[in-house]
Design a protein around this ligand. Structure first.
Ligand code: ATP
Ligand code: MG
Length: 362
């Protein structure tokens, strides 16, 4: 059998710096665990613009369609701020998401015990937290027509349309139920069925899909209550499934339960390919962090955890993903901290490479 294939798009800013640590870890898996990957690398974002005048070359797009998984670093930076909208670095990312049709965005919020004090909430609320938000990524109010700003009775009116088809709700729901089956078998669906028709349909379709997953305990919650529950008692949740707009807000909210942007991975999944695995792109939640780029200060853990998600969801290597996460847990418990994980009391932070060393050692 051939090795699973991985396309690395390190991108801009701290992207290549954190990706270097992932590459060392991939090397470790090959050497110590006989787990080989066919790794190829290419450009995205500003780096692609500098080389080709576009934020994503057609050849790169074709490669992305062909591999088992894409691992992306970060795109953008001040150098590209004044570029035309059509060639902005972020457009490279959007093209990947759109053409790969990555409709399910997975954002875990996991609190490593060693960082529980560092969260924005009280320790007992977040210690041991491990939840997953599944956000529908390709439809809803960010895309619905009609949209625009027009004049009505001599007044400007801004219009957006929340629009969901049954099929769109259903495919995301299946992804969420599948995940719940692999985790704690609990799914909470969030919408506003009390005031929105799209919410009524959402609840209806999710309830219907539930019939195929009777082992999963399903609950429904209005999204505003969901936001409150997320900060009040987040450990009541396992998997949350919600739409594009609510998911955007709720996943940022959940993210800050755990501490730093430098710790947060994500996955975006599409339909199954011929080999049965979903189309997939993995990336840290953080951006290119121009303020610290090139200084060797970036925390590589978000990108390393994104690779752990790839191990779990694209390569069927859940045990190896656990191994990698356990190593991260251990170095944090031992006190390893990059600058973003340090409070005002200070100390000497580890560099990106030193954090990579520590994780490899563990
Ligand atoms: P984008 O628009 O690309 O999402 P952003 O404006 O949200 O970017 P980030 O690039 O994510 O911003 O950075 C936000 C802040 O978090 C910056 O101060 C940055 O230095 C810090 N930060 C982000 N990622 C990391 C990391 N991996 N390690 C340390 N600090 C980080
Ligand atoms: Mg941002």
């Amino acid at each position: 059998m051939s090795n699973p294939s991985l396309l690395i798009l390190a991108g801009d800013g701290i992207g290549p710096e954190v990706m270097d640590e992932v590459k060392r870890i991939i090397g470790w898996f090959g050497e110590k665990r006989q787990l080989g990957f066919d790794v190829s690398e290419d450009l995205v974002g500003g780096a692609a613009y500098d080389a080709h005048g576009v934020p994503l070359h057609d050849d790169t797009m074709a490669k992305a369609q062909d591999v088992d998984a894409v691992l992306l670093g970060a795109v953008g930076g001040p150098k590209y701020d004044n570029l035309d909208f059509s060639v902005k670095p972020e457009r490279g990312l959007l093209r990947l998401r759109k053409e790969m049709d990555l409709f399910a965005n997975l954002r875990p919020a996991q609190c490593f015990d060693a960082l529980a004090d560092f969260s924005s909430l009280k320790k007992d609320i977040v210690a041991g937290l491990d939840i997953m938000i599944v956000r529908e990524l390709t439809s809803g109010v960010y895309f619905g027509e009609p949209r625009g700003i027009h004049m009505e009775d001599n007044m400007r009116v801004g219009i957006n349309t929340q629009r969901y088809t049954e099929a769109e709700i259903e495919r995301g729901a299946r992804a969420a139920f599948e995940l719940a089956m692999k985790r704690g078998k609990k799914l909470c669906s969030m919408e506003k069925a009390n005031v929105m028709e799209s919410g009524i349909l959402w609840r209806d379709v999710v309830t219907e899909v539930h019939k195929d997953y009777p082992e999963v305990e399903l609950s429904h919650m209005y999204a505003d209550n969901g936001a409150m529950q997320l900060v009040r008692a987040p450990k009541q949740f396992d998997v949350i499934y919600t739409d594009n707009l609510f998911g955007d807000i709720l996943s940022d909210c959940a993210a800050m339960l755990t501490g730093s942007l430098g710790m947060l991975p994500s996955a975006s999944l599409g339909l199954p390919m011929a080999n049965g695995r979903p189309k997939a792109m993995y990336e840290p939640v953080h951006g290119s962090a121009p303020d610290i780029a090139g200084q060797g200060k970036a925390n590589p853990i978000a990108c390393i955890l994104s690779f752990a998600m790839a191990l779990r969801y694209s390569f069927d290597q859940g045990v190896e993903a656990d191994r990698l996460e356990a190593a991260i847990e251990k170095v944090l418990a031992d006190g390893a901290r990059t600058g973003d994980l340090m409070g005002p009391e200070g100390g000497t932070p580890l560099s990106t490479v030193q954090m990579g060393d520590a994780i490899l050692g563990a």
